[in-house]
Design a protein around this ligand. Sequence first.
Ligand code: IMP
Ligand code: MG
Length: 223
Amino acid sequence: MTLNSLPTLHPSLQISDDEKGHELGLFCVPKHYEDDLDRVIIPHGLIMDRTERLARDIIRDMGGHHIVALCVLKGGYKFFADLLDFIKALNQNNDKSVPLTVDFIRLKSYSNDQSTNQVKVIGGDELSALTGKNVLIVEDIVETGKTMETLLSLLDDYHPKMVKVVSLLVKRTPRSSGYRPDYFGFEVPDKFLVGYALDYNEYFRDLSHICILSEHAKEKYKE
Ligand code: IMP
Ligand code: MG
C-alpha cells in the first residue's frame, strides 16, 4: 500500500491490484460467511484509523460553518456513523467547534454485482432542507461515478451553499466516468467488495472488515 498522487485534492491510501490482503482465519468473521469470502482486504481497524484522519481533513476545510452530513443509504451507514463520531470528538476537544446535523437519502443502482444505468432515489428526507447549507455527502464507494454525479445534479436544483463529497472507497476501473470525490479513504482494485455496510444483494453488511467476494458467493446470493 502506498500514498497515491492521482488527481484529487487530498491523498488517499492506494491498495494495489496485486495486494494479497490477509487470510480470513486471522480475523473474526461471522461463521455464516466463512465460505463466501476470499481474503480480508481492509481490516476494520485500518478503516477506523483512516476515517479518523478524514474527519480531521474535512473539519479543517469545512469547519467554519454549520455542516449538514448527508448519508447515502444503505451502504454508507457504517462509514457515516464512524466518521461523525470522529468529527464529534474533534468538536468536543477543540477550542473551535461547528454544529453538525444529519440527513439521509436512499439510492439504488445495483443488481447482483452490476451497476445499472438507472440511479433511483427510493427514499430519504426532503432535499429542500439543504438549501443554503454546507453539505457533506457521505458515500461508501464510487465506481463508475454515476451515482454521485446523479446525486450532485439533483442537489444542484436546491442550491446548497457548498457541497463536498467523502467516499470511503474509490474503485480503480476503466468504467469510471473520471469523477473523483473531494475526499476518500482508499483507492481499491476493480473487484467486488463487501463488508462494513457494503453489500451484495443485501448480504454482508453484518461483516466488520472489507473483503473480496468469492465467485462462488456471487452465485449463492444471486437475486
Ligand atoms: P457507481 O454509480 O458506479 O459509482 O456506483 C456506486 C454505488 O454502487 C455505490 O454506492 C455502491 O452502493 C455500489 N457499489 C459499487 N461497487 C461496489 C462494490 O464493490 N461492493 C458493493 N457495492 C458497490
Ligand atoms: Mg452506495
